[in-house]
Design a protein around this ligand. Structure first.
Ligand code: 5GP
Length: 120
């Protein structure tokens, strides 16, 4: 199923792209949760972590390689940063094309979650 991230890959909707190669694309999050917040996505549309197959191992590993590369290029490697991938509703996933959030630029707390308010 096509998501808006496929449209970003295909340049059908705009994004502030910070990195691209044959396997992945990285772009600024539209609603940043840290001073530096990019999403690193595989060009292959995989809906959730649950849908990762054995043959996807190289693609998934590549996302972490790209995270480290971007962090170094932007000078966050020494201070540190966080890479997270949300899965399904309880994990806070809203776009069903897997993506690693790379968050940097401030010290982060642990545990990382805040409860979402239930309405109704
Ligand atoms: P999730 O909640 O699925 O882990 O993360 C989805 C992320 O995509 C959110 O952080 C959200 O701000 C971001 N996002 C949603 N729509 C757009 C968009 O159109 N452009 C960009 N650049 N980011 C988006």
């Amino acid at each position: 199923m096509e998501t808006l991230f496929t449209k970003i890959i295909n340049r059908e909707i705009p994004a502030d792209i910070v990195y691209e190669d044959d396997i992945s694309l990285a772009f600024k999050d539209i609603s940043p949760q840290a001073p530096f917040h990019v999403l690193i996505i595989p060009k292959k549309p995989i809906a959730t972590i649950n849908d990762i197959e054995e043959g996807d191992r190289e693609v998934i590993g590549h996302l972490y390689y790209v995270a480290g590369k971007i962090a170094k290029e932007h000078g966050f490697d020494e201070a540190g940063y966080r890479v997270v991938m949300n899965c399904n509703n309880d994990g806070g996933q809203t776009v069903y094309h897997i993506h690693a959030h790379l968050l940097a630029g401030k010290p982060m707390g642990w545990p990382p979650y805040t409860d979402r308010l239930k309405v109704g």
